[in-house]
Design a protein around this ligand. Structure first.
Ligand SMILES: [Fe+2]
Length: 319
């Protein structure tokens, strides 16, 4: 998106119901700059939506300064999108992901705002709903792309992967899956708090001294605790996701059973996606290499969790 569009957020038209007053302005992408399509108090009609679809216009733009109203709208409308049998799963995933990207961008802009955490609390349930919908939805969540900055795409994919892996590990309670999902979304917020340039400059966390960076899980967990809305189990997994079973992790050098089950799941997903996405840990950033490395490190990662991750990818490639 060109710089003329940087002050706007995309909104998929699949999330818009006709004849509803949205409370925020909608702009249409133009060649040079967005053009006002509909003022905030005038609803979009069914005919408008049909014309937009005919034109291939899948999204409209919302000004950044109206983002909280838009996020509220998305929190309300996504359950209908997920439940609608007429909407293809890929489209549902796209709408869900676009919303997650907007919410994560909002959080990383200022992680100290309690509103940002509150929006994510509402939204994390939608990730779980889609994962519980059917095996096709699970496959799309495992393999789908995420259009976002690398740091945001990483958080969302770790979250999705953690839900799917938790389900494979026998966790079926929606509430526990929601807690794990939230940990995935929030696991790196401490890095942004330590140095906002890590986010602004695209996750260049090598700019921060390693010793200081090692405090990020605790810094992030402490900040999210201040919002007073994040479940304790989620906070614990945020703080523990860099711990390793042999006590070589950080920030607490916890060992084996001292690390929660949720944190073990998020840590495997985090390690996997960091290696593939950012080429970290001096391992070839290919799925087979990363899975082999994880399998050969039972002293650091939960063996059963790693085995289930291998099964998850193996079954997905066969479907
Ligand atoms: Fe991470």
């Amino acid at each position: 998106m060109s710089t003329a569009f940087k002050d706007y957020l995309p909104l998929s038209i699949a999330s818009i119901t006709d004849e509803t007053v949205l409370g925020f302005d909608l702009y249409q992408p133009g060649a040079d700059f967005p053009k006002l399509y509909r003022s905030k108090n005038i609803p979009i009609t069914a005919t408008d939506l049909e014309k937009l679809r005919e034109m291939g216009q899948e999204f409209l733009l919302v000004p950044q300064h109206q983002r909280f109203v838009m996020l509220d709208h998305l929190c309300e409308s996504i359950p209908n999108v997920i439940a609608d049998p007429a909407i293809p799963t890929e489209k549902k995933y796209e709408v869900l992901t676009e919303t997650s990207v907007a919410m994560m961008a909002n959080l990383y802009e200022d992680p100290t705002l309690p509103e940002s955490a509150k929006f994510l609390i509402k939204h994390a349930h939608h990730h779980v709903s889609l994962a519980l919908a059917n095996s096709n939805a699970q496959n799309v969540m495992l393999t789908g792309t995420i259009e976002a900055t690398p740091m945001i795409a990483h958080a969302i994919h770790v979250s999705n992967l953690s839900i799917l892996l938790a389900m494979r590990c026998g966790i079926t309670e929606a509430e526990e899956l929601f807690e794990i999902c939230l940990s995935g979304l929030l696991h790196e917020v401490g890095k942004v708090l330590i140095d906002s340039k890590i986010y602004e400059e695209g996750r260049s966390d090598r700019r921060v001294p390693h010793r200081r960076l090692k405090s990020y899980p605790k810094v992030g967990g402490d900040m999210m605790a201040k919002a007073k809305v994040i479940p304790a189990a989620s906070l614990r997994a945020i703080v523990e996701h860099q711990e390793r079973l042999d006590g070589t992790g950080f920030p607490g050098n916890l060992e084996s059973d001292e690390i929660s089950r949720s944190a073990r799941i998020v840590s495997v997903c985090d390690f996997y996606d960091e290696t593939i996405r950012f080429g970290e840990h001096n391992i070839t950033p290919k799925p087979f290499s990363v899975l082999s490395h994880l399998k050969q490190a039972p002293d650091k990662f939960d063996e059963r969790v790693v085995l289930e991750l291998i099964h998850l990818f193996a079954e997905s490639s066969q479907s």
